[in-house]
Each structure stands twice: as structure tokens, then as C-alpha cells.
Design a protein around this ligand. Structure first.
Ligand code: PLP
Length: 386
């Protein structure tokens, strides 16, 4: 048999395999599993977005290949959304590129700028496509540990000279999956300065900007002075509008970076189904009411789960954004064994931190994507095994 390519061989192993297998087996046995593992909203897409898709799907004009660079109506809706939300001006023609979900764009972007031997600066723990995209482009990852003592921000001063010199891009993601940390203004200013001094592209993954609590408001990196020279920011309708399955996101920022990603993509895909793009326009034109309602729902779940875990003596704090809790594992067990134990003894699925990188060891992630009653039931079960 032909060997897999070196690139594919060097992709990180999929560490959630074991848990996935155990979860499937438990379900087959008829056990009542509470799945706090998935980062996927449990609530449906709002009906007016579904209606917009239905209507657009009936129009034959939408049945043909879509424009590679996305429909003008969608790019304009994204520009208006950015202006209203962040007071950032983006030119719809040159600074916005719709994507088949932001993961697609994030994973393809390194192909535009990495040559063999080039480095991406990647946070650890992190969302897996930062590493995957880098490796598939022939680059290598220099990991920046996200540590609690630094509020889960990378310490840019500790990046070694050689890595800094060979680096073409740096990935950041705030509000952060999996640690739920948020970036300070000071960190963003330092990051832009660092990128300019070292000629490094900044990739900002803003998927969770709208899932915020207690009055916190996440900022776009593009709000900061000088950012438009070095930043490409990725956003998504997945989490904000409960649209993970629809596959719609976008990149925005520096025109040269946007054009480079568009060039890569024009060789890979042929645009996004126009009816989905028009549904995206309907989503982005939704008032803030829907988002506020969803945040309220996650916030109630957060409060129940955090105070419940705290009363069991677990070390966990209330996140001000994202729908994840990042929890220090009680006792001395590693994250894989702890997650297995939760599944075996309490029929609860949680994600082992090491699956996001080795600095995720010692933690598990729980998602607030199940109803309150199920969270209360999970706490009852945990009480019995603690
Ligand atoms: C969910 C998520 C995304 C969004 O992915 P889509 O491909 O747009 O669905 C991006 N980044 C992070 C960190 C995520 O958790």
C-alpha cells in the first residue's frame, strides 16, 4: 500500500477518538448520557433565517455556481454588521471574503503564505485547525503555552528569537476556546506592535465575540490602531445564530491578506450556495434581541453549573464569554483518565484538555449546550461520585 504523505502523517492524532468510541458504546448500551463535550449550540436556527433559505432556494438564479468572492449583498451585510458592532469600516469588495464556515478559511489561510520550514506561532491549548492548516501547508508549529498565571494569553516576550524570525503568522482566539479567556486591550496593542516589528501576519479568530455575559463586550482586533496593516480576522455565523451545520463564515481585514486567501480558495472550491448566503444576509440583519436571548440562556446554565461544581469543591470560575467552562481537574488524575471516569461512573461526557494540546493537560472542558434540567442532573451524579 502507498504510504500517506509526510504532511498527513505529521497531523496531530485525533485524541478525542477514545472518548467518542466510549460515548457511542455507552449510548448503544442504552445508558442516559449527558453530553457536555460538544461545542455546538443545542437551540435551533431562528425561523426567519430558515424562511430566507427556503425562499432563496426556490429561485433558479441561486442554483448556479456562486461567485468565488461571495455575493455583494452578503459582503455588504457583513460590512454593515462590523460597522454597527465594532465601529470598524471595511470595504465590502476588498476587505471581506465569505467562507464555507470559518474553519475552512482558517485551515486554508496558511497555504497562502507558508513555505517549507516557515513557522506559525500557535497557542496551546487551541482549536485544532491552526495546527492542521499549518502542517498541511508544509510549515511547522511553534507552540505558545496559554497558562493560567498569564490569564491564558501567550507571553510574546518568551517567543525565542529564531522562532520569531522564521514565523510568518501568529494565531489568536479571544474570547478563547477552550479556556474561555478574553484578551485585554493592552495585549492586543502589544500583539500588533509585535507583528509589525517582526513582519508577522496576525490571524484573529473571533468566533465567540457575541457570546458574552455580565455586560462584557468583546472587541475586534481590527478596532485597534495599525491592525488593518497586519490582521486577518475570522468570524462565523455558527455560534452567533445557531448555524453550525449551515457552513457560513467570513474573513475580514487587510486587503492583501484577503486577496491571498481568495486566490487559494479559487483553486479549491467554487463559492457558497447562494441561498445560504442570502440566509446569512437575513441572519446578520437580525437585531441584537436574538443574541441577547441566547446569552441569557447560556448565562443561566453557566451559573447553575459553576456554583454546583464549586459547591463540590471543584476549581472553576465564571466565564465572561464563550459557552465553555475550563475546569482544573480535582485530584491528580490526567485529563484522559478523568474524562473516562466521568463517562464510566456518571454517564457524563466532558472533553479532556490534552485534546487541545499538551498545555491543556490538567483541565477538562464542559460546554453549556445542554438544558438546565440536564445540568442539574449532571451535578447530582457528580455529587454521588465525588
Ligand atoms: C466553532 C469555532 C469556530 C467556527 O467554526 P465554523 O467553521 O465557522 O463553524 C471557529 N473557531 C473556533 C475557536 C471555534 O470554536
Amino acid at each position: 500500500m502507498l504510504r500517506l504523505s509526510k504532511k498527513v502523517q505529521s497531523l496531530p492524532p485525533y485524541l478525542f477518538l477514545e472518548i467518542d468510541k466510549a460515548k457511542r458504546k455507552a449510548r448503544q448500551e442504552g445508558r442516559d448520557i449527558i453530553d457536555l463535550g460538544i461545542g455546538d449550540p443545542d437551540q435551533p436556527t431562528p425561523m426567519h433565517i430558515i424562511d430566507a433559505l427556503n425562499q432563496a432556494a426556490r429561485d433558479p438564479a441561486n442554483h448556479r455556481y456562486a461567485l468565488d468572492q461571495g455575493m455583494p449583498a452578503l459582503r455588504q451585510a457583513i460590512a454593515s454588521w462590523y460597522k454597527a458592532r465594532f465601529n470598524v469600516n471595511l470595504a465590502p469588495d476588498t476587505q471581506i471574503l465569505p467562507l464555507i464556515g470559518s474553519k475552512e478559511g482558517i485551515a486554508h489561510f496558511p497555504l497562502a503564505f507558508l513555505n517549507a520550514g516557515d513557522i506559525s506561532l500557535i497557542p496551546d491549548p487551541c482549536y485544532p485547525p491552526y495546527k492542521g492548516g499549518t502542517i498541511l501547508a508544509g510549515g511547522s508549529a511553534h507552540l505558545m503555552p496559554l497558562l493560567e498565571e498569564n490569564n491564558f494569553l501567550p507571553d510574546l516576550k518568551r517567543i525565542p528569537f529564531l522562532a520569531r524570525k522564521k514565523a510568518k503568522m501568529i494565531f489568536v482566539n479571544y474570547p478563547n476556546n477552550p479556556t474561555n479567556a478574553c484578551a485585554s486591550d493592552g495585549f492586543y496593542r502589544e500583539l500588533i506592535d509585535f507583528a509589525k516589528r517582526n513582519k508577522i501576519i496576525v490571524i484573529s479568530d473571533l468566533a465567540y465575540s457575541e457570546m458574552v455575559y455580565d455586560g462584557y463586550k468583546a472587541r475586534s482586533l481590527l478596532e485597534f490602531p495599525g491592525a488593518q496593516d497586519v490582521v486577518i480576522e475570522f468570524h462565523s455565523l455558527s455560534k452567533t445564530y445557531n448555524m453550525t451545520g449551515w457552513r457560513l463564515g467570513w474573513a475580514s481585514g487587510n486587503p492583501r491578506l484577503i486577496a491571498a486567501l481568495a486566490k487559494v480558495k479559487s483553486n479549491i472550491d467554487s463559492g457558497i450556495f447562494s441561498a445560504i448566503q442570502l440566509a446569512g444576509v437575513a441572519a446578520l440583519s437580525t437585531g441584537q434581541d436574538f443574541t441577547a436571548k441566547m446569552c441569557q440562556l447560556y448565562q443561566e446554565r453557566r451559573d447553575i453549573l459553576v456554583s454546583g461544581l464549586q459547591s463540590l469543591g471543584w476549581q472553576v470560575t465564571k466565564p465572561k464569554a464563550t459557552f465553555y467552562l475550563w475546569i482544573k481537574i480535582p485530584g491528580s488524575s490526567d485529563s484522559m483518565s478523568f474524562a473516562s471516569r466521568l463517562l464510566k461512573e456518571a454517564d457524563i461526557v466532558a472533553t479532556p484538555g490534552v485534546g487541545f494540546g499538551r498545555y491543556g493537560e490538567g483541565y477538562i472542558r464542559m460546554a453549556l449546550t445542554v438544558p438546565k434540567e440536564r445540568i442539574r442532573e449532571a451535578l447530582e451524579r457528580l455529587k454521588k461520585i465525588s
